[in-house]
Design a protein around this ligand. Structure first.
Ligand code: CA
Ligand code: CA
Ligand code: CA
Ligand code: CA
Length: 456
């Protein structure tokens, strides 16, 4: 059982004013994997810090940014106390972030906390009574809204975690911040092997950059509708909206300087894109971020296998594309199409706007039913859509006189089931009976019956 270790002796109420840190808006998306990859934290506020208490110190770095709805945190700590043996401290080192949610400068009931263990396990906590005994949100009626992962390598812990600015978690379990707000936060590094009772910490006042342009929703697919809104525009003035550099909409602010306009997401590659808003009167401009997601449409979304199979068109939008010269030159961003997890075609390329068109023939190895068709590009962008295999039969020949020998093949039926074949309502199933195979196919031969004789 993990212990509520963290503030076995209550953290000293911070009487001194901790330093301010301006937490900027996110430009570069983060992957919470416990590793700093590429420039994923280059756009964050970065601070060299010393976690300190009772003479015990740890050097580290804290990175902070927010995307108007979520606070993103990376905490790196130099700690090589177990480097020589089997890796990180077996007791498990832990980062905690304590938020002064009730704004009184004290650690007390009503405050909020995020914890990330050295082997992941993000936990969302709340202080309900005793500051030394925070409780997990999901054990007291709330929800765990903290995400994160951590890794230890060569004496350096990297903790990456996220927490909603305002999760809506009821009963005061979580912070309820808006962009532009300030809040006191304490970053705690708990090394139970060294200091089981009194973890070192460092404190800041977080000052969140405001988000003048509201984008809702903040992600979606090409062709979807997005609302761009805000305040502070010139009263009754024109407000223009740009998809990065391209003009896309215009509207007029009301007498209070508020504006709101719908846009349709144009063709674009997967990933984040700036939506700019310009007050035409003043020339002032600001941005909000929108993330384009992948989507596929199947045309049609149902069909049958037969000797060839119906041809289905797959239209994809919001995938990625290679910018740079690459090898081989003729293979820009390959897209793989899978039918029910089986690679069905991999000969598709995206256009510069992230779209593609592919075709496949309904496979004759599937019983009737609904399956997922999935398209994935070389960058890992992926989208799925359901496709329904419907039964089909083909008689051969398709015309002839009484007693003509006819073979009928079927596809897309239920697997391994008996089949009854009728001709104009008359059972013509062969004497031994007919079963579909495990792929839902069957074959049956019969002679065209003399209908008049049977229909007395
Ligand atoms: Ca990462
Ligand atoms: Ca407090
Ligand atoms: Ca929560
Ligand atoms: Ca909480």
């Amino acid at each position: 059982m993990w212990a509520i270790f963290i503030i076995a002796s209550p953290i000293t109420p911070a009487t001194a004013q901790p330093p301010d840190v301006d937490v900027p808006r996110l430009r570069i998306p983060v992957t919470l994997d416990g590793e700093i990859t590429g420039d994923e934290w280059a756009d964050a506020a970065g601070m060299d810090v010393t976690f300190e208490r009772d003479g015990l110190t740890y050097e580290g770095t804290i990175y902070l940014k927010h995307d108007c709805t979520t606070l993103w945190m990376c905490i790196q700590v130099e700690d090589d106390d177990e480097e020589s043996s089997s890796g990180p401290d077996v007791m498990g080192d832990i980062v905690g972030v304590l938020f002064d949610a009730n704004g009184n400068g004290m650690t007390d009931a009503g405050d909020d906390m995020a914890i990330l263990f050295h082997d992941d396990h993000p936990m969302d906590m709340a202080i309900t009574e005793d500051p030394s005994q925070p409780e997990p949100d999901d054990e007291i009626g709330g929800v765990n809204n903290v995400k994160g992962e951590s890794e230890w390598e060569a004496g350096l812990y990297t903790f990456e975690l996220s927490k909603p600015l305002n999760s809506g978690d009821s009963a005061g379990y979580d912070i309820a911040l808006s962009p532009g707000d300030e809040m006191r936060a304490m970053f705690i590094y708990h090394d139970p092997g060294e200091a089981p009772e009194a973890p070192p910490f460092v404190g800041f006042i977080l000052s969140l950059e405001s988000c003048p342009v509201t984008i809702s929703p903040t992600s979606g697919t090409v062709g979807s509708t997005v609302t761009v809104s805000g305040t502070g525009a010139t009263a009754n003035g024109e407000v223009r909206v740009y998809w990065y550099g391209d003009f896309i909409a215009t509207t007029t602010a009301n007498a209070a300087g508020e504006y709101s306009v719908h846009i349709t997401v144009p063709h674009n590659r997967a990933g984040p894109m700036d939506i700019w808003v310009r007050d035409v009167t003043t020339g002032d401009a600001d941005w909000g971020m929108f993330t384009v997601k992948s989507k596929i449409v199947l045309i049609p979304d149902k069909g049958s296998a037969w000797w060839w199979g119906d041809e289905i068109v797959v239209r994809g939008t919001g995938f990625d594309y290679y910018d740079l010269p690459h090898e081989p030159w003729w293979a820009p961003s390959n897209v793989t199409i899978e039918f029910n997890g089986i690679v069905w075609t991999d000969i598709t390329w995206t256009e510069g706007d992230g779209s593609f068109e592919a075709r496949f023939y309904v496979p004759d190895i599937m019983p009737g039913g609904t399956y997922n068709v999935t398209a994935t590009d070389d960058f890992g962008n992926s989208a799925s859509a359901p496709f329904t295999v419907v039964p089909k039969i083909l008689p051969w020949p398709s015309s002839g006189s009484t007693a003509t020998h006819v073979h009928v093949d079927g596809w897309g039926f239920a697997a391994s089931q008996s089949v009854t074949v009728t001709f104009d309502g008359i059972n013509v199933t062969i004497f031994e009976g007919v079963m579909t195979d495990p792929e839902g196919r069957f074959g049956n031969a019969f002679k065209v019956p003399d209908v008049e004789l049977y229909h007395t």
